[in-house]
Design a protein around this ligand. Structure first.
Ligand code: HEC
Ligand code: HEC
Length: 283
């Protein structure tokens, strides 16, 4: 039967579309709530287009009567933040890192902004909060290779650092001598080991074995390891045998603190020095 030939439900006002004898499409109006929402959305679109930037044109867009833009709001907010920051930034430009540290308000400000700068530039190597990573020194303790005064920290960040220790394996020391030195260092008794003096270790690590900030020579007496490995004795032997940044030895240790003077402004470096100092290990 074709749907148009006979309508078995003439009274109900259906559209005349009938399938399978009695499945039919009614001509009811849409519910009122739905129509209201429909007209409201049209009104909203018109209102929106009038008020806000909306319709893209070839080289511009409709601006809206208020002139509001998202980028404008962002720029205003940024300008507001800049206005708050400016007096601090101006002061930072004039003061040394040491003076910034001494100014409680400024140093609190720097501590807050230093976190982001440190995260972006330093944390990949030194860990969040300067907690250190294998091969990269902890910055949050009071054990320093290159010194923990604020000026020394600033110099480290500005110029970078690269410790040097010649390899001692081969001609300089026999295997037995390396064992003796390594054991003495591991036991914390290196200054009592005659080879420490006779083989010239003292010249760089200092008569007390505590290292010298000018050379970055590690403290060999405190049990804090610059190069720490599960087998610490083997790690010490490796350092003595192959040295540090000794280009003639392919197995040498290769620590390098990069220079930041070309990458960060002087003021940013000052902030970082204060931030690192305030990890708590500054001296
Ligand atoms: C590519 C890895 C790397 C990055 C990035 C890096 N450092 Fe270093 N940093 C090192 C290494 C390696 C050393 C140790 C150098 C050595 O043993 O001679 C070091 C040493 C230091 C020291 C001296 C520690 C001491 O005991 O005297 C300070 C301070 C320091 N870094 C601060 C920073 C700051 C601040 C940043 C970010 C601006 C930074 N570093 C970024 C690798 C890095
Ligand atoms: C020319 C200077 C120099 C001489 C000489 C020297 N060292 Fe070093 N040594 C260093 C420096 C610098 C470091 C730290 C490298 C770094 O972290 O960048 C170091 C690091 C070490 C370390 C690693 C310590 C750690 O915490 O992991 C050991 C062990 C060591 N030296 C032992 C010796 C012994 C033993 C001798 C003598 C046979 C000696 N050194 C002679 C400069 C020297």
């Amino acid at each position: 039967m074709s749907e148009h030939e006979h309508n078995p439900f003439p009274e109900e006002g259906n559209t005349g579309h009938i399938w399978d004898d009695n499945l039919r499409e009614l001509a009811n109006p849409a519910p009122k709530w739905w129509m209201m929402a429909f007209y409201a959305s049209i009104a909203f679109v018109i209102g929106y287009v009038v008020i806000y930037p909306a319709i893209p044109l070839t080289s511009s867009f409709t601006k809206g009567v208020t002139g509001w833009t998202a980028i404008g709001e962002y720029n205003d907010a940024t300008a507001e933040v800049e206005a708050i920051r400016k007096p601090f930034e101006d002061k930072i430009a004039k003061l040394s890192a040491k003076e910034i540290l001494a100014d409680a308000e400024l140093s609190a400000y720097v501590e807050a902004s230093g976190k982001v700068i440190f995260g972006d530039n330093c944390a990949a190597c030194h860990g969040t909060g300067g907690a250190g990573n294998p091969g990269f020194p902890v910055l949050a303790d009071d054990d320093w290779l290159y010194g923990g005064t604020i000026d020394q920290i600033q110099t480290t960040i500005t110029n970078g650092r690269q410790g040097m220790m010649p390899k001692m394996g081969g001609q300089q020391l026999t295997g037995a001598e390396i064992d003796k030195l390594a054991n003495a260092i591991n036991n914390g008794s290196i200054t009592k080991e005659p080879l420490f003096t006779s083989k010239g270790c003292m010249g760089c690590h200092g008569p007390d074995g505590k290292g010298m900030a000018a050379l970055g020579s590690a403290n060999l007496t405190d049990g804090i390891w610059r190069f720490s490995e599960p087998d610490q004795l083997a790690s010490i032997k490796h350092t003595i045998t192959h040295g540090v940044n000794d280009a003639s030895d392919p197995e040498t240790r290769k620590p390098k603190m990069p220079t930041f003077k070309d990458k960060l402004s002087k003021d940013t470096i000052k902030k970082l020095a204060v931030y690192v100092y305030k990890f708590g290990g500054g001296q």
